[in-house]
Design a protein around this ligand. Structure first.
Ligand SMILES: [Mg+2]
Length: 278
């Protein structure tokens, strides 16, 4: 928090709480899932997504700051006189299907970067909207859940680990992908998939889960930018499934795959299982 210009975290937290105000009354409401168009990222936009995005946009505009907003529905929006000064990267509502069905697992993710790349992320907040729990991190200064410092898990027992695995392979024709997913699902006793990837990464950050695997290359950069910084600052190891550093330009269209683990040993074991010949 300290040293941040114009109380950046205060502003990000304010934005996140405004999203919460907008989204909570719509939880479980069928009307909220009515599609109202297609977002810049290519997915259908629902009323609840729009309301969440408007809450952030309004708050940023009212704060009188200048920045470039990269968001799931509106795409790239430049506000103020010097919009290249910094970038606000957001998935206003992560877990839309959960939210509209009343499943209590949805978040808003808002990250700040000096340039629109993973390597330039400097600060992030992810708010668990249902439970009102705020995760945040600033590059080089650790990660927090509310006011408590969090650290990722040291468990490297893959069989007994709680491993988030994105199992949504709808329309995925890649047999190799299915085979690799099968290997991961069959080696751990406790696979989990909750349906909001920003929050899944915060679970890795806080040691609630031991890791999170998404092999599909369907994860939007916008969804996970915030959770990525928070998990890294908590000590988690996050790479692509073949072990490369995650680096990409963050646009509404950027999609990636990742392997996150609470510690190096577990991360290595997961990669070995994924990348062995058979
Ligand atoms: Mg979303």
């Amino acid at each position: 928090m300290d040293g941040c210009e114009f109380s950046l975290f205060d502003l990000l937290e304010k934005c996140a709480l405004k999203v919460r105000e907008a989204v909570i009354p719509l939880l479980g409401e069928t009307l909220a899932s009515k599609p109202v168009g297609r977002g810049a990222g290519g997915d259908l936009t629902k009323i609840i997504d729009l309301k969440a995005e408007q809450a952030i946009m309004n708050e940023l505009k009212e704060a009188g700051i200048s920045c470039t907003i990269i968001s799931e529905e509106a795409g790239i929006v430049r506000i103020g006189a010097s919009p290249d000064r910094f970038y606000v990267v957001t998935d206003p509502l992560d877990g839309t299907t959960n939210a509209t069905h009343g499943i209590p697992f949805a978040a808003t993710s808002i990250a700040v970067a000096t340039k629109p790349f993973f390597s330039h992320l400097t600060a992030a907040v992810v708010l668990d909207l249902v439970h009102n729990v705020l995760y945040r991190a600033e590059r080089g200064k650790g990660a927090y859940r509310n006011d408590e410092r969090i650290r990722s898990s040291q468990n490297d027992d893959i069989v007994n680990s709680v491993l988030g695995v994105d199992v949504n392979i709808y329309k995925a024709l890649d047999g190799k992908l299915r085979e690799k997913l099968g290997r991961i699902l069959s080696i751990t006793k406790h696979p989990r998939y909750f349906g909001a990837n920003a929050l899944e990464l915060c679970f890795v950050a806080a040691g609630v889960s031991d890791g999170f695997v998404d092999l599909r290359r369907k994860l939007r950069a916008l969804d996970i930018a915030g959770g990525y910084l928070i998990a890294k600052e908590a000590g988690a190891i996050i790479t692509t499934p073949d072990g490369k550093e995650i680096e990409a330009e963050i646009t509404p269209q950027t999609r990636i795959a990742l392997v996150a683990a609470g510690n190096k040993r577990l991360h290595k074991k997961i990669l070995e299982i994924l990348n062995r010949e058979k």
